[in-house]
Design a binder for this molecule. Sequence first.
Ligand code: 5RP
Length: 224
Amino acid sequence: MTQDELKQAVAEAAADHVARHLPEGGMLGVGTGSTANLFIDALAPIKSRLGGAVASSEATRLRLERQGIPVLDLNAVDRLPIYVDGADEIDPGMNMIKGGGGALTREKIVAAVSDTFICIADASKLVPVLGRFPLPVEVIPMAVRQVSRALAALGGTPRVREGFVTDNGNLIIDVHGLAIADPVGLETAINQIVGVVTNGLFAIRGADILLLGTPEGVRIRVRE
Ligand code: 5RP
């Protein structure tokens, strides 16, 4: 099976999970990226069951609206029963690196108000230790040099993402060469650097359920 076929399989499995577990008229949080896009498409047969969705990026908002799913501002919602999103890497402890698409801050905000975070990923995303994928850090533009120096002091090699501005008007620094033994500690340490908006480690609030696309079928892991 190709990577796209594995993504398609987990997208359909997630839509099936939503059909079975989201209360009728419930609100759904929706992530960003190619796997999340396939998930949005897979919602078509059940969209009338949804009260609406909260989007983690402008791209996701547009795709949901094209699908005919109403999109609400997060400030209009208290809690989301389910949030579905992809990941760049996930480890056996359900910690993730996210932000390859640059939507990490809104993704983290939506995840923070969600009861259940469902990560949808093809098998290549499951790794023993996070860090081979460069860790994205969203930064206020005037702080880029200062934050880069602080990230280098933590042991990584920071590179500003060329020609990219986030939905929030900020820049992304991708940190290469990290082997992340303590995801919660590093997430906390990077968030303390002045000028950082947030970083792409999702460890303090990791995934609750992983739907992993493998050639043998979709495997389900639940956070212990
Ligand atoms: C976007 C993300 C995505 O979830 C992550 O990059 C995975 O993307 P894809 O499903 O395209 O592999 O965090 O900010």
